[in-house]
Design a protein around this ligand. Structure first.
Ligand code: DMJ
Length: 664
């Protein structure tokens, strides 16, 4: 066989000859030239070079695995910071100019201690979520000593005074310590005392606002309700306090989830920790169960997101992502207007059995939650789905001066049952979420504001009337041109929403209307025998001897422990400082205690607000009693505006506070 050659001879082509003689810098020439040089090396030389390359490659891989992730994380952050436009073509994010760049779904900086907030380089210009909203957890060394009887609290001022002193230190973890300069700090997965940045020092020097006697009474009511839930309904949807059992709606521990952030705000650390454990160990969404998209969004997704923000505990964000993803099939409709029901285990969605319509309030009151989920996860699909619904509804015909019908078809995307307009059931929170989305997004999304302002003008034009004899301003309903003097208790969200709009710069007449309407809602309580409002009232338009302003039909005289009036009282007190609103709320709390409290634990809905001697308990405690009513009650009695500051948070329609997206 021919001897193996260490060299090869190369015959140059004419062009190469030219190149050799002159200057040829073509790529082909350079490639061939390199190859020739390589081939001219000895086998030993080649082996050494190859070995060096291999060695460098191994070093590269090792250093990438130790340093690559943090580097990647920082790189992603820089990209996020630069991003001003959404990645989805055609989707204009609600407020790209002011929206803090979304955090990536897997951005758990707890995994990277070297990137702890204090050491992390501050990236310029853009504030990042979750924003400056973490509120410190309750201190372990402080225990609330709460009396078991509300009346006792009031009868024994000396003891109450002592408790107030104890509370001073309890409150110190809460209202006074909102941390304004932690905008770049991701929530850690564990609750811990963070090192205080300098701006926080100033905050914590603020005199703590002590919990007062009325707030103590709310805590006592909460604990009594919680006792019933814990003893007889733990982990189930709702307590049936009389039969000492429970009812199931979705089978997802609805009351427990709805109550999480209330416990945090009230400072009930032990209860909170116990509930957290249930969420960690037992809350499973992989279940073959149909849930209502709206109800599970406002109660479960909203509750988990707000608890995540208050506690900084990533468990709640993980659960929020899980349920958020499982609800997404609802948007797979011909019109993109979502179906009312989703099977969260199977990933299928459908309208109610009898129709292909959805309720307008339901499809337009899930936006705050899904938008926030996108901001936190960096996954735009959630926001896109709900923004598309709003954009679509914005363009629809069938409105009457901004007022919307109650139903919308999931196939055609058009309103149905035209001609009926109400601010009550099936439309209510459409109006609420127009304003609140505008606030959430930094007041930049003009279409939302336009629709809201137009709708309030529509209310004034078509739905406002005055009753006799007291001249109470109320919001009635319009059906095919006929005015009905019927008002749901649900409409009592409106004074609070109007006041919130006025606080955010809308015209003073909104506040005037809010003042008139909250007086009416108050009268819906005080003109009734038990001092509790019925579900629906009819106002008298004509004075009749011996008649009050309010008439109640037998089918409407139940009370479900609803929050709307207390909610509005809270806003009115925050914005006016008028203590009468606190007094009105206090009367309501006392009447709940008088007529709805079940001695063995829990509170119950009642069937007859007109019969003080037998209000006919219904044997059900709705989850919103703990999620909303008692939370708003506690906030109403507080004089600390930093206890859920309304310039930093916006409440979803189930009273779960979500952050307002701060401008850079
Ligand atoms: C709650 O689930 C929400 O407030 C919703 O917007 C209306 N109904 C109840 C409370 O009444």
């Amino acid at each position: 066989s021919p001897p193996r050659r260490d060299f090869i001879s190369v015959t140059l082509s004419p062009e190469e000859a030219v190149g050799a003689g002159g200057y040829n810098n073509s790529k082909a020439w350079r490639r061939r030239s390199c190859w020739r040089k390589w081939k001219q090396l000895s086998r030993l030389q080649r082996s050494v070079i190859l070995f060096l390359f291999a060695f460098l490659a191994v070093c590269g891989v090792i250093s990438y695995t130790t340093m690559g992730e943090p580097w990647k994380s920082l790189t992603n952050k820089s990209l996020d910071d630069q991003r001003t436009e959404p990645e989805v073509p055609g989707l204009k994010l609600a407020n790209p100019a002011v929206l803090p760049a979304p955090r990536k779904a897997d951005a758990n900086l707890g995994d990277y201690p070297e990137l702890s907030p204090q050491k992390q380089p501050k990236l310029p210009h853009v504030r990042r979520g979750p924003p400056n909203l973490q509120i410190k957890p309750p201190r372990r060394d402080v225990r609330l000593k709460i009396q078991h009887d509300t009346n006792k609290v009031l009868e024994e001022p000396v003891q109450s005074h002592k408790e107030e002193k104890t509370e001073k230190s309890v409150i110190s973890w809460r209202g006074a310590v909102i941390e304004p300069d932690q905008s770049t700090e991701p929530p850690s997965s564990k609750i811990k005392e963070p090192e205080k940045p300098s701006s926080m020092e100033a905050e914590s020097q603020k005199e703590p606002v002590p919990i007062n006697e009325r707030q103590m009474a709310v805590i006592e009511v909460f604990r009594h309700a919680w006792k019933g839930y814990k003893d007889f309904a733990w982990g189930h949807d709702e307590l049936k306090p009389l039969s000492k059992s429970y009812s199931e709606w979705f089978g997802l521990g609805l009351t427990l989830i709805d109550a999480l952030d209330t416990m945090w705000i009230l400072g009930l650390k032990e209860e909170f920790e116990e509930a957290r454990k249930w969420v960690a160990d037992d809350l499973v969404f992989d279940k073959n169960v149909d849930v209502n998209l709206f109800e599970s969004t406002i109660r479960i997704l909203g509750g988990l997101l707000s608890t995540y923000h208050l506690s900084g505990d990533s468990l709640f964000l993980e659960k929020a992502k899980d349920i958020g993803n499982r609800l997404m099939p609802a948007f797979n409709t011909p019109s993109k207007v979502p179906y009312s029901d989703v099977n969260i285990g199977r990933g299928t969605a459908h309208p109610p059995r009898w129709t292909s319509d959805s309720t307008v309030a339901e499809v337009t009151s899930i936006q705050l939650e899904f938008r926030e989920l996108s901001r936190l996860t960096g996954d735009e699909k959630f926001q896109k789905a709900v923004d598309d619904v709003m954009k679509h509804v914005h363009t629809l015909s069938g409105k009457n001066d901004g007022l919307v019908p109650m139903f919308i078809n999931t196939n055609s995307g058009q309103f149905t049952h035209l001609g009926v307009y109400t601010l009550g059931a099936r439309a209510d929170s459409y109006y609420e979420y127009l304003l609140k989305q505008w606030i959430q997004g930094g007041k930049k999304e003009n279409e939302l504001l336009e629709d809201y302002v137009r709708a309030i003008e529509g209310v004034k034009k078509h739905l406002l009337q005055r009753s006799q004899p007291k001249q109470l301003t109320f919001v009635g309903e319009l059906a095919h041109g006929h005015f009905s003097a019927k008002m749901d208790h649900l409409v009592c969200f409106l004074p609070g929403t109007l006041a919130l709009g006025a606080h955010n710069g809308l015209t003073a007449d909104h506040m005037k209307l809010a003042e008139a309407l909250i007086e009416t809602c108050h009268q819906m309580y005080v003109q009734v025998e038990t001092g509790l409002s019925p579900e629906i009232v009819h106002f008298n338009l004509h004075a009749q001897k011996g008649h009050k302003d309010i008439e109640i039909k037998p089918a409407d005289r139940h009370n479900l422990l609803r929050p709307e009036t207390v909610e509005s009282l809270f806003y009115m007190y925050r914005f006016t400082g008028d203590k009468k609103y606190q007094d009105w709320g206090w009367e309501i709390l006392q009447n709940f205690n008088k007529y709805t409290r079940v001695p063995t634990g829990g509170y119950t809905s009642i069937n007859n607000v007109q019969n003080p001697s037998n209000p006919e308990p219904r044997d059900k405690m709705e989850s919103f009693f703990l999620g909303e009513t008692l939370k708003y009650m506690f906030l109403l009695f507080s004089d600390d505006i930093d206890l859920i500051n309304l310039d930093k948070y916006v409440f979803n329609t189930e009273a779960h506070p979500l952050p307002i997206w701060m401008p850079a």
